[in-house]
Design a protein around this ligand. Structure first.
Ligand SMILES: [Zn+2]
Length: 249
């Protein structure tokens, strides 16, 4: 009898705790939902994420045979997911292995058509930031480390580039002493971007060790997280500062 009541008491307690936990969980979930409807200032900015190359344009080939286009997409999609989870509106120029060139683009003009269409996507959102993801190569030299290029069309691009370069150094690559670089006319997207725009060379796939790392899911996630955290922190601070807020939108 004693055992039976003990069991029932325990069972009642268990049910009560479960109900309490469910109620608290629901309340927490509801509050989270309510919170997400109150848009934070920086969340009004559209993040355009461009995975470089794709389709017939594989980009560079890594020391282990991996193609740049695949690594670009792997990092870009992880970065996009992080921005989305935080409440930003995210536009991806591609989410699969494809070219963005017009289907009727003439031979010799396919690459230009592809770049023009990427730029069109970015420029169609006036309150946006363009982040293009690429991998670097440098034949014959053991170069390594992430490096960010920025558009010279507005001052904010260099600030965003600095945020990523510095953030990745402190979070992931303490030995990386690379500096951000102003894009020349050779980088079409940055040359013609109308909004703040950066191009991130995530690492050298001509370097055996770095190429191996970049090919792993775990390092791609670390990289995406470091890039996201750097940009989010910078944009969050800027949009709370009314003098800078207008730079984004
Ligand atoms: Zn590239």
């Amino acid at each position: 009898m004693f055992k039976k009541w003990s069991f029932l008491s325990f069972f009642s307690l268990f049910v009560a705790i479960s109900l309490l936990f469910s109620t608290l969980s629901f309340s927490f979930f509801k509050n989270s939902m309510d919170l997400s409807t109150n848009t934070m200032p920086y969340e009004e900015c559209v993040i355009v994420i461009d995975a470089g190359h794709g389709g017939i344009d594989g980009g560079a080939t890594g020391t282990n045979g991996v193609t740049e286009k695949d690594l670009n997409l792997a990092v870009a999609s992880k970065l996009a997911a992080l921005f989305r989870m935080t409440g930003y509106t995210v536009i991806e120029t591609r989410t699969s292995d494809c070219s963005l060139a017009d289907t009727d683009a003439k031979k010799g003009h396919v690459k230009q058509s592809d770049l023009t269409n990427r730029l069109k996507i970015s420029n169609q959102y006036p309150k946006s930031v363009l982040i293009s993801i690429h991998m670097n190569t440098y034949p014959g030299v053991d170069c390594s480390g992430l490096q960010v290029w920025y558009s010279q069309n507005n001052d904010l691009s260099a600030e965003l580039a600095n945020a990523v370069q510095g953030g990745v150094k402190s979070m992931l690559q303490p030995q990386n002493n690379r500096k951000i670089k102003a894009a020349t006319s050779s980088i079409y997207l940055l040359r013609h971007a109308e909004n703040p725009a950066i191009l991130i060379e995530c690492g050298f796939i001509s370097n055996v060790e770095e190429c191996e790392k970049l090919t792993t899911e775990i390092y791609q996630k670390e990289l995406a997280l470091a890039i996201f955290a750097s940009l989010h922190k910078k944009m969050q601070n800027d949009t709370c500062d009314n003098t800078k807020r207008m730079l984004y939108y």
